[in-house]
Design a protein around this ligand. Structure first.
Ligand SMILES: Nc1ncnc2c1ncn2[C@@H]1O[C@H](COP(=O)(O)OP(=O)(O)OP(=O)(O)O)[C@@H](O)[C@H]1O
Ligand SMILES: [Mg+2]
Length: 246
């Protein structure tokens, strides 16, 4: 189907969101080449980043649809765009962790790379002014960010997504260390996965070399950022073509 992009609604750090003409229930998302970290304080980017993240996200979202996980993806447009369902984003960032890294390792004094005996789910309040602070279910209730019912649905979906993504990245020779999800509510009230799943939002380590193939290369000045994103793209594309053990 052909869609006409309308006016810009919002520009975030990684994507620009536009209306779609005559389609009030859809938005157009343009993936940017810029990279930011530490709540926007550190800035960078590379030429094909928008394209790679758009492709990786769309491959993963299509795969999740096949596995019965409802999400916002409708179709890709051009090199860096995608049409998605319009949702009202639930202002909670859901982080799922399988291996200790980043802020978790720091907070608890754990060694990065420590395998967790079961996945940890964390919630962060999506609020740039506050620097996206970590919150628990009581904070969520008091802030009125989600009802208990909504939160249990989010938990249920995040757990399923962790299983699917661990398997998919596993077939790519990658360990899914941790990742961040955003959920939204459609006009019909359905809760679906939104935003993106990419090396910006996941920690991915090569299973054999332990090489980091994600945004930590940028955060920690490790170099070869573009090469890392390309490797993830290539491997995910190949794994899905091969059926990724499904
Ligand atoms: N299907 C959707 N409908 C409406 N908004 C969406 C959808 N998917 C993602 N968004 C929102 O689009 C915005 C732009 O994404 P981007 O990743 O650039 O934001 P960000 O800068 O990381 O974070 P922030 O949410 O603080 O702006 C985000 O606020 C995200 O929650
Ligand atoms: Mg974002």
């Amino acid at each position: 189907m052909s869609f006409q992009v309308g006016e810009k609604i919002y520009e975030g750090k990684a994507k620009v969101i536009f209306n779609v003409q005559n389609q009030p229930d859809l938005v157009y998302q343009e993936f940017k080449d810029s990279l930011t970290a530490f709540n926007g304080e550190k800035k960078g980017g590379f030429k094909s980043k928008g394209h790679l993240n758009r492709d990786i996200t769309s491959i993963i979202f299509q795969r999740l649809s096949q596995k019965g996980v409802p999400n916002h993806w409708i179709e890709n447009q051009g090199d860096t765009g995608m049409i998605t369902k319009r949702v009202k984003i639930i202002p909670i960032e859901v982080v799922v962790r399988n291996i200790a890294a980043g802020s978790l390792a720091k907070r608890l004094g754990w060694e990065e790379g420590r395998k967790l005996s079961l996945p940890i789910m964390e919630f962060y309040y999506k609020n740039d002014n506050l620097g996206d602070p970590i919150i628990n279910e009581d904070h969520i209730r008091i802030l009125g960010l989600a009802t208990d019912e909504t939160l249990s649905e989010i938990r249920r979906m995040a757990k399923i997504i962790n299983g699917e993504l661990t398997q998919l990245f596993g077939a790519c020779g990658l360990d899914l260390v941790d990742f961040k999800l955003e959920f939204g509510r459609t006009k019909n009230g359905e809760i679906i996965l939104a935003d993106e799943v990419s090396p910006d939002t996941c920690r991915l380590w090569d299973k054999t070399t332990k090489e980091k193939l994600d945004k930590d290369r940028f955060r920690r000045d490790l170099g070869n950022i573009e090469e890392a994103y390309r490797k993830v793209h290539e491997r995910v594309e190949l794994a899905v073509k091969k059926g990724a053990n499904s």
